[in-house]
Ligand binder design. Structure first.
Ligand code: 5AD
Ligand code: FES
Length: 365
């Protein structure tokens, strides 16, 4: 790489001139140059604006029942190989208790997408139980897909604080290529849901998959700008990983090698951190599916949240969104110990007992 190009990359970062063309230039940096230019810049901004603490969000994969059929996702409705499960409330509460006792200030309840009055009520009741169990000390993030404004409001009133809904891609045409063409997989509806979440008052999180078939660097650049425009408080973005029982698996020959998808994800995270300095960015579990220390490595590139898996081990096999999902049989205590060790090794510390709310959100209030 010419020095000239590196000088230009540094200038883009310094002047914060975030045009799509400039973002594409940074995304195209060879990894060795990105390590020299992007990495230290993102690290510095992160430490200045959100610090070196890593916040734990205990992840409970409540159910793999899904009404949708996204072409990339292992728990899609059309995957008939999968046995479907829903974790009983008392088992969710046991996981929540574990999180509370171990000073995680927060849990994430995630499931396949179901929109029904019964499901709305079930979650509402579960939220109230979590609230009672932890005397309101534990913050709850939901990741339960597209719902009505009224449902979002009910869950918020029942004690949920944050909501994650990835846009997956901000390119409407590309979105169509990875989803069935029907009313339940509508791009505009998804964007509308993100607006609902803000309207209700959630800390709103979104994100994308990096490196799926058909996605270009220009798409990723536009995605980052989209996330900035809709003014997210939190972000979860990770590499796309093929799953053999999904339609998108057929296009696996178009994919970048896994390591390159991993590297591209790190560059995307770093640019997002430079552009949105005070948001929370999670290290996606999919990073760990490529590199055992992937989530910890991403901390240096700008993430500040990790979601240790608290799903009872018997159900983990059932929640494989992609192949090679890690920690399928590590229990909670073991996961925590090995994770904490690696976080410290990578120069960070765990923010035990702190909510670690998005600074971005707090400043707006
Ligand atoms: N590879 C990577 N991430 C995936 N997700 C779903 N399927 C895959 C896959 N094959 C992500 C989506 C979704 C989140 C819960 O998991 O971005 O929003
Ligand atoms: Fe479940 Fe897309 S397959 S939300």
């Amino acid at each position: 790489m010419s020095n000239e190009f590196n000088v230009e990359a540094k200038e883009i970062i310094q002047t914060e001139n975030w045009t799509p063309e400039n973002i594409i230039k940074l995304l195209s940096l060879p990894m060795e140059d990105a390590r020299e230019i992007l990495y230290p810049a993102a690290k510095e901004i992160k430490e200045k604006f959100v610090g070196k603490k890593v916040y734990f969000r205990g992840l409970v994969e409540l159910s793999n029942i899904c009404a949708k059929d996204c072409y990339y996702c292992g728990i899609r409705k059309g995957n008939s190989k999968l046995e479907r499960y829903t974790i009983a409330d008392e088992d969710v509460l046991a996981a929540v208790k574990f999180a509370h006792q171990n000073n995680y200030a927060s849990v994430v309840i995630q499931a396949g997408e179901i929109a029904s009055p019964a499901f709305t009520q079930k979650i509402e009741e579960l939220l109230k139980k979590i609230h009672a169990e932890t005397k309101g000390q534990l913050h709850v993030t939901l990741s339960l897909g597209e719902q009505s404004l009224e449902t979002y409001q009910r869950w918020f009133d029942a004690g949920a604080h944050r909501y994650l809904l990835r846009i997956e891609t901000s390119n409407k045409e590309l979105y169509k290529t990875i989803h069935p063409q029907d009313d339940t997989h509508n791009f505009d509806r998804r964007v509308e849901c993100l607006h609902f979440l803000k309207k209700v008052g959630y800390q709103m999180g979104s994100g994308i998959m990096v490196g799926f078939p058909g996605q270009s660097l220009e798409d990723i650049a536009n995605d980052i700008l989209f996330l900035q425009k809709i003014d997210i408080d939190m972000c979860g973005l990770g590499p796309y990983i093929e799953h053999e029982d999904t339609p998108l698996f057929e296009r696996r020959t178009e994919l970048l090698p896994l390591q390159e998808r991993f590297d591209l994800t790190l560059k995307t995270i770093a640019i997002l951190r430079l552009m949105m300095k005070d948001i929370n960015i999670a290290s996606a579990t999919a990073l760990q599916a490529i590199d055992p220390a992937g989530r910890e490595k991403a901390l240096g590139w700008g993430t500040n949240v990790i979601m240790p898996n608290l799903t009872p081990t018997e159900f983990r096999e059932g929640y494989k969104l992609y192949d090679n999902k890690p920690c399928l049989d590590e229990d909670r205590t073991k996961c925590q110990k090995c994770l904490e060790g690696r976080i410290v090794m990578y120069g960070h510390e765990v923010g035990y007992g702190e909510w670690g709310d998005s600074q971005h959100y707090k400043k707006k209030r």
